[in-house]
Design a protein around this ligand. Structure first.
Ligand code: V55
Ligand code: FE
Length: 475
């Protein structure tokens, strides 16, 4: 059964690869909604080894392909090098999250990627991402794995990490990405780079971090790149004891780092911030004078599955995420960081209209518990926040429903910001996790789904998802 909370990611293993043609639809698929909703999550190929965490399950990708009012569903495991080796051996060969010291000797030198965290379209392929490795490339239509270690034609060395949260630059169309621990296991280097729409690496630089920790996401604006370092630090002692890669070290400060795009990285400034956690970017932009970095922030360790270094138990209240705006002057100084909580919504997986990844933007979308419900964990909602009015609109799901991270699908390539649909998966906790795809009008969320696409079974687990418009598929 899924862990709490009931909104956000659902981690219950499924293992079955599923094909359903012409899923039943309640309501009507909106006119003009054509494309694919892709998502991925960890779905352990074999039961997790004792002490291992859900973040280490093998990546299972799924797709709702929507066209001409019909919906076909398909899911496939990513055939990573790890998956294929374990499939042949019929057992786990890499038993601990990002700790290779316990690996079976037969897999030394293979990619450890689970490809389980995010999927992003790039040119004519789907990239399945795990932040410790290069992407895996998949066929957009069949979900077959094309290349388990996709190096952008040799431009990314096969031992280089690639973030699960690259951005598509709204102005250039470049895929802007980074990898941390870039110069080998435990290194304090982040490599930052851009791949243009023709697949060519057009820029790369390297910067150094104040301490080595999980750098899960970042911010890209027209002229700058920002990292927010939180103390989910590498823990060598824990790994020596056979544990996972990270623990939460609440004795460390957080840091905001800003550098210029297309520079050599020497202008990077780290600005100290109060100790806090959180992982995901909602949106980011600059206005010439200031940079604005909107992201979820927690008071302490955001992950129940990652230990606190001091041995204290996970604190759910201090681990909840709220959307904050980080504002900083772009005058090259290293002070004046402002951090403001924007909304009372608990929202660890916020998303924007992805056509605005690097630009001023107005709307955010997220799953969250009902802020008016005293039993906060029991009611799942989808919300749209409006930065112009600092208000939000909610749709509250029926009871016993867990909602996955939503994605925004524009009504058309040229639609206004936020004009389109919000898509998300609802797992029914009282129906053995049988799932529906919900389609809501993103400008009228409170009215609830305009279409509900029914699966006969559980949907595979999900962390993050991506929308591919019809015009983005290869001809
Ligand atoms: C996250 C998830 C991961 C991971 C690191 O949600 C961070 C954040 C599914 O694996 O490896
Ligand atoms: Fe993420």
């Amino acid at each position: 059964m899924p862990q709490e909370p009931v909104y956000g990611a659902t981690y219950a293993p499924l293992r079955a690869e599923v094909d359903v043609r012409d899923c039943p639809v309640q309501g009507r698929i909106p006119e003009g909604l054509s494309g694919g909703f892709y998502a991925v999550g960890p779905d352990p190929q074999y039961p997790l080894a004792p002490g291992n965490i859900s973040f280490d399950g093998e990546g299972h990708v799924r797709m709702f392909r929507i066209k001409n009012g019909r919906v076909d569903y398909r899911s496939r495991y990513v055939r990573t090098e790890r998956y294929l080796a374990q499939d042949r051996a019929r057992r786990i060969l890499m038993p601990m999250y990002r700790n290779p010291s316990l690996d079976d000797p037969s897999v030394v030198g293979l990619s450890r990627s689970t490809a389980n965290t995010h999927v992003v379209q790039h040119r004519n392929i789907l990239l399945a991402l795990k932040e410790d490795s290069p992407p895996a490339s998949l066929d957009l239509s069949t979900l077959e794995t094309i290349d388990p270690v996709f190096t952008f034609d040799g431009q990314l060395p096969r031992d280089r990490p690639f973030t699960a949260h690259p951005k598509v630059c709204s102005m250039t169309g470049n895929l802007v990405a980074f990898g941390y621990e870039a110069r080998g296991f435990g290194s304090d280097t982040i490599a930052v780079f851009e791949i243009d729409a023709r697949g060519h690496k057009v820029w790369e630089t390297e910067v150094t971090v104040p301490y080595v920790s999980m750098v899960h996401d970042f911010a890209v604006t027209e002229r700058h790149i920002a990292f927010f370092l939180v103390p989910l630090t590498i823990d060598y002692e824990q790994m020596k004891r056979g544990g996972i890669h990270f623990s939460w070290d609440g004795t460390r400060k957080s840091y905001l780092g800003i550098l210029r795009r297309y520079g050599d990285g020497t202008d990077l400034k780290w600005i100290e911030a109060p100790t806090c956690g959180g992982s995901h970017t909602l949106g980011a932009f600059e206005d010439g004078e200031k940079l604005y970095f909107d992201r979820e922030i927690t008071a302490a360790n955001p992950y129940s599955v990652i230990p606190n270094k001091d041995g204290s138990p996970y604190d759910a209240a201090r681990g909840t995420s709220f959307i904050h705006r980080l504002t900083v002057k772009l005058d090259g100084g290293s002070s004046g960081l402002e951090i403001e909580r924007m909304y009372p919504l608990i929202a660890p997986l916020p998303r924007q209209d992805d056509r605005y990844n690097t630009m001023p933007y107005r709307y955010g979308f997220m799953g969250c518990p009902d802020p008016a419900d005293p039993v906060r964990w029991k009611a799942a909602c989808y919300a749209r926040v409006d930065h112009r009015t600092r208000t939000y609109e909610l749709w509250k799901a029926p009871p016993n429903v867990s909602l996955g991270e939503p994605v925004f699908a524009p009504r058309s390539a040229g639609a206004r910001e936020g004009e389109g649909f919000l898509l998300g998966v609802a797992w029914h906790l009282d129906q053995h996790l049988r799932a529906d795809l919900l389609i809501l009008d993103a400008e009228h969320l409170a009215e609830g789904p305009v279409a509900t696409v029914e699966l006969p079974v559980q949907a595979s687990p999900q962390i993050h998802g991506w929308w591919v418009r019809e015009d983005q598929y290869p001809a």
